[in-house]
Design a protein around this ligand. Structure first.
Ligand SMILES: [Zn+2]
Length: 283
């Protein structure tokens, strides 16, 4: 990892993305246009701009920055962040923050919101995040962020606004709701989530953990650790309908040049033009 380098912003399928992700050290990914982020493994300066964070699981490289993040935002007079967490994690995070309040004397203002699989979190207007179960060491969840749009049913089109208002107020179903998956994040997971979750394959932007990329760690070993190996992505090349795929969470045993080299050599053409590796903070 390199400290102090200038971060690169990524624009993928028209969606701006910022972040750092190094397996075992830190992951935070910010989607500024949507006002939401995933995980805060380490609270770097840039991560302070994130005020709504969807946490995937409680490993330290994904959650370890939470207290520093809350404290630094309070110090700068920023509004208390909202932390969306898998429900079973909440009591432990409360205990962790209380321990830091005792040690540090600060209030660490923040809102903890429990959202598990089956629930959904409204980010803003038409954007919702829904967790799905990930396959990892310990309980983990990923997220699909979708845009919902209500389209007036054909039979009501052309009616005056007052009439539509009246029908709506009397409880008639006048809209057809469409759901478009925009961004999906696997969190830490075995590749099988790609087979299981349609939202991951269809999202305009897929943020996919790919921790291991060559035979220094075998596919079997990657699976035992609850992570993805590049070989497994290549095997499934035909499944990905995404416009863009951001690969994250590479192991720190690789450097940026090696990651670029392996992706250039091994990815099939159908994926190569759509894949971007997240290499901020790599040497
Ligand atoms: Zn993990």
């Amino acid at each position: 990892m390199v400290e102090g380098q200038v971060d690169m912003d990524y624009y993928l399928a028209g969606i701006p993305v910022r972040g750092h992700s190094v397996g075992g050290f830190e992951t935070w990914i910010h989607l500024p246009a949507m006002g939401v982020s995933f995980d805060i493994g380490r609270a770097s300066d840039a991560s302070l701009a994130c005020d709504t964070i969807l946490f995937t699981h409680s490993h330290i490289d994904h959650l370890g920055g939470i207290a520093t993040h809350a404290a630094a935002r309070a110090l700068r007079g920023m509004r208390p962040p909202t932390y969306v967490l898998p429900p079973h994690v909440i009591p432990h995070v409360e205990a962790l923050l209380d321990a830091w309040r005792s040690l540090d004397g600060g209030d660490l203002p923040c809102n903890l919101v429990p959202i598990g699989v089956g629930g959904q979190f409204e980010i803003k207007n038409r954007y919702f995040a829904r967790p799905f179960p990930a396959i990892h060491r310990g309980k983990a969840q990923g997220y699909v962020i979708s845009e919902f749009r209500d389209k007036l049913l054909a039979k009501y089109r052309g009616l005056p606004g007052q009439e539509i208002k009246r029908l709506r107020e009397q409880g008639d179903t006048i809209y057809d709701r469409t759901e478009t998956p925009l961004v999906a994040f696997t969190g830490d997971s075995c590749i099988d989530v790609i087979d299981r979750e349609e939202g991951l394959r269809r999202a305009r932007l897929l943020i996919l953990e790919v921790t291991f990329i060559d035979d220094r760690v075998s596919v079997d070993s990657a699976r035992e650790k609850g992570h993805v190996h590049l070989d497994e992505v290549i095997e499934r090349a035909d499944l990905f309908e995404n416009q863009a795929i951001l690969m994250t969470h590479f192991s720190s045993r690789y450097n940026a040049a090696r990651i670029r080299e392996v992706l250039a050599e091994r990815l099939p053409e159908s994926l190569k033009s759509r894949v971007t590796p997240l290499l901020n903070n790599f040497r």
